[in-house]
Design a protein around this ligand. Structure first.
Ligand code: SF4
Length: 734
């Protein structure tokens, strides 16, 4: 067991120390031990004393050291020249020029001409996330974009319609359930998404060991599906399958009527609406035989406990909100909502929901995007309309963008359109650890810290924890070069334009009086006043960040299980009942029913896959992580390959209405007939040093369409899965 900062050796003038910290790449937040020698990070290993991860860390977490110490790491502010090259500038000069240019934009066009985009890593930094939202609110700008409209927003909208709040999101009670029914999730590779707790694979094995079942619904026999039961569904066929399951539950009177009556309204209407979705009538749409659907419905309803859980694959099809809504509905009607072994609602040790409400993030459709009139989701607008927002003249036109740890050119549909539009901005600023396909267009790239160089606690993951857990980490090394923490850079940019970055009007007023609060002070106070806090000395043994660091450097488990009986408090509709038949559901059912079954010009449907050794659009530049991977192949079923005269390793062109990519073919019966599968996040044309080579690969987003007409209408979510394509061999002579 280490102290927070344990000095191992001071021989020969050198200082070697080991420090407990944790990984901030994905939800498990695995504990790590960082070895630091003379101020340099020299080794990372899993922390066996972390009470949650207990010595586990995946290759990405360990491999993060190569990203941190990469010779290509951006260490100084860089200013783009007219010829596209970058030259080093001082922070002072960069901030002064940024300030002047922002002030000019504000004077000519108003503060709402300035927007932000933040990528997934921002959600893992308590300070950066809070400050970027605060900056947008202080500007009063609607231009708040994030990777959420590529992976999560349909989930939030479904919760808003179902419970009344986008913040009411359940997690699957993996440690107690008898039946896990999982859509579009591959936790053996992802380690869990919107559910936080390591050793997910052990948790799934334990379900089977105690006589339960794990059923994986996916168009691909994923790494998870191989280990358990696989239900092969067509890409974007999930809504049809879930509706047929619900139909069966109601038709065979398998529902838990008491559970519904107690907390929900609209059950009779819902029954009418799902009546047409007989398994025998929809099996050709979802690809799952009617007998199997009926059997699954009976098993789900009769299990001692069961939980339906869906993640990214379930969120990013053409009917993502509908799918998420139906998952919650199945949990409710089978009597598995808010009960041990079902779908449960963690209570965080810090009132994160209260904080999010205070930040104005619990909203839906309180305003519409200028382009396409699409609803905001928790304050954010669809990233798929950013290019049009930049290019369409008129009041509110987007003229300056600050990108935080993001690479939207490789993350949003038709990223090449966004890349071109970004060149038309008056100002593009990026805070990042390296050069990427987005910020190579930036006027300034400002060097940000890696997570080893900043303090943190797992703020965004607290509502998704299977075991309530807190850890506070100090930076384990000082920032390399001139890198700075993102929140301090945002603070300094805001100071240049005389605004205080906070979502709270009171804090902004205090700031204008010269009293500026830092993130550590704010969240330490929230912890100390929360259920486990020390109440500023009034409660012996209570927590503060200082006590966490000193007494629990490896973190502390606060509760072993998620409490139940909280559902009533989580329903925020005016009548305090779950709404089972909102008009938006009717609208989506009509849209689903009207969707064409096939398109002869584009007979296949493409869907994405997650990879073990990279995440989204980053880490692909790490040779260590990429070594041994199969690369970004295009998986296709042998029947389709035969028909198209394609063989393993052949080069093929995949074409949709929006664009095309080329990829090597991998013939495999892991994918369902009628589909092709490509990983997401490839297509880099620059490497981290900004050279034009990059690691390349097929840019999945070239197949997907941007613009208001191309998104899922309730959430403005980019439609990434189920896009119709055709595949053609490319002649060898080319
Ligand atoms: S699973 Fe891997 S990437 Fe995710 S937190 Fe753990 S070590 Fe980091």
């Amino acid at each position: 067991m280490l102290e927070a900062n344990w000095v191992l050796s001071q021989e020969g003038g050198g200082v070697i120390s080991e420090k407990a910290t944790y990984c901030r790449i994905c939800e498990p937040l695995c504990g790590l031990i960082a070895t630091v020698e003379n101020g340099r990070l020299v080794d990372i290993r899993p922390d066996k004393d972390n009470p949650i991860s207990k010595g586990f860390a995946c290759p990405k977490g360990i491999g993060m050291i190569s990203v941190h110490n990469s010779p290509d790491r951006l260490l100084h502010p860089m200013h783009r020249q007219p010829d596209g090259s970058f030259v080093r500038v001082s922070w002072d000069l960069a901030l002064k020029d940024i300030g002047e240019r922002l002030r000019t934009i504000i004077a000519e066009h108003g503060k709402d001409a300035i927007g932000v985009y933040f990528g997934n890593p921002t959600a893992f930094s308590y300070s950066a996330f809070t400050w970027v939202k605060g900056m947008t609110d202080a500007l009063g700008s609607p231009h708040f974009y994030s990777s959420g409209s590529q992976d999560t927003n349909t989930r939030f909208v479904a919760s808003k319609l179902f419970y009344g709040s986008p913040l009411t999101i359940s997690v699957p009670d993996l440690h107690r359930t008898d039946f896990l029914f999982m859509l579009g999730a591959n936790p053996v590779v992802s380690h869990g998404s919107m559910v936080s707790g390591t050793h997910v694979r052990d948790a799934l094995n334990d379900i089977v060991a105690r006589g339960g079942r794990v059923v994986v619904v996916d168009p691909r026999r994923t790494e998870t599906a191989r280990l358990y039961e696989h239900v092969a569904v067509k890409p974007d066929g999930d809504a049809w399958l879930l509706l047929a399951l619900l139909h069966t539950v109601f038709a065979e009177r398998l529902e838990d009527a008491h559970a519904m009556v107690d907390v929900a309204v609209g059950a009779e209407t819902l029954k009418e609406w799902v009546e047409p979705f007989r398994p025998e009538d929809v099996q050709h749409r979802c690809g799952v035989p009617a007998a199997q659907i009926r059997s699954l419905a009976r098993d789900l309803a009769s299990a001692d406990s069961a939980v339906c859980y869906g993640r990214v694959g379930a969120c990013v099809g053409g009917f993502g909100t509908l799918v998420c809504f139906l998952l919650d509905t199945l949990n409710l009607v089978t009597g598995n909502l808010d009960r041990p072994g079902g779908a449960v609602f963690p209570t965080p040790p810090i009132d994160t929901n209260g904080f999010i409400v205070q930040q104005g993030l619990d909203t839906y459709a309180t305003k519409k995007s200028r382009i396409g009139q699409l609803p905001e989701v928790m304050g954010s607008m669809p990233a798929a309309v950013m290019a049009e927002e930049i290019r369409t003249p008129g009041p509110g036109q987007l003229r300056a963008v600050v990108v935080l740890s993001g690479n939207p050119v490789l993350s949003v549909p038709a990223g090449h359109n966004l890349a071109e539009a970004m060149t038309e901005l008056d100002l593009l600023i990026s805070l990042d650890i390296g050069v990427n396909d987005t910020n190579r267009h930036a006027d300034y790239i400002l060097p940000a810290t890696t997570f080893f160089e900043r303090d943190d606690f797992p703020m965004a993951m607290l509502p998704f924890q299977l075991r309530s857990f807190m850890q506070w980490t100090e930076p384990v090394v000082a920032p390399a070069g001139e890198a700075r923490q993102e929140w301090t850079v945002l603070r300094d940019i805001c100071a240049e334009i005389d605004i205080v970055p906070s979502s709270s009007a009171a804090v902004r007023r205090l700031g204008r009086l010269g009293r500026r609060l830092g993130p550590r002070l704010i969240f330490d106070a929230m912890l100390r006043l929360g259920p486990y806090g020390d109440r500023f000395g009034l409660r012996r043994g209570g927590l503060s960040f200082k006590r966490l660091r000193k007494k629990y450097p490896h973190g502390v488990v606060l509760s072993e299980t998620v409490g139940t009986g909280v559902l009533r408090d989580r329903i925020t509709h005016d009548d305090h009942f779950i709404q089972l038949a909102p008009s938006e559901l009717r609208q989506e059912l009509d849209r689903l029913s009207a969707e064409a079954d096939s398109d002869p010009q584009y007979p296949l449907r493409v869907f994405g896959r997650r990879e073990l050794r990279s995440i989204n659009s980053w880490m692909k530049n790490s040779p260590k992580l990429m070594a041994g991977g199969r690369g970004p192949t295009c998986c296709i079923h042998p029947d389709d390959a035969d028909q198209l005269a394609l063989h393993d390793g052949a080069l093929a062109r995949i074409t949709s209405k929006a664009g095309w990519v080329e990829a090597r073919i991998e013939v495999t019966d892991d994918v369902v007939p009628g589909s092709v599968c490509l990983p997401h996040g490839w297509g880099q044309r620059v490497d981290v040093a900004g050279n034009r080579s990059g690691v390349g690969g097929p840019d999945y987003n070239a197949l997907t369409a941007d613009g208001a007409a191309a998104v899922e209408p309730l959430a403005g979510m980019s439609i990434l899965n189920g896009v119709r394509v055709r595949v053609e061999p490319i002649p060898v002579s080319r």
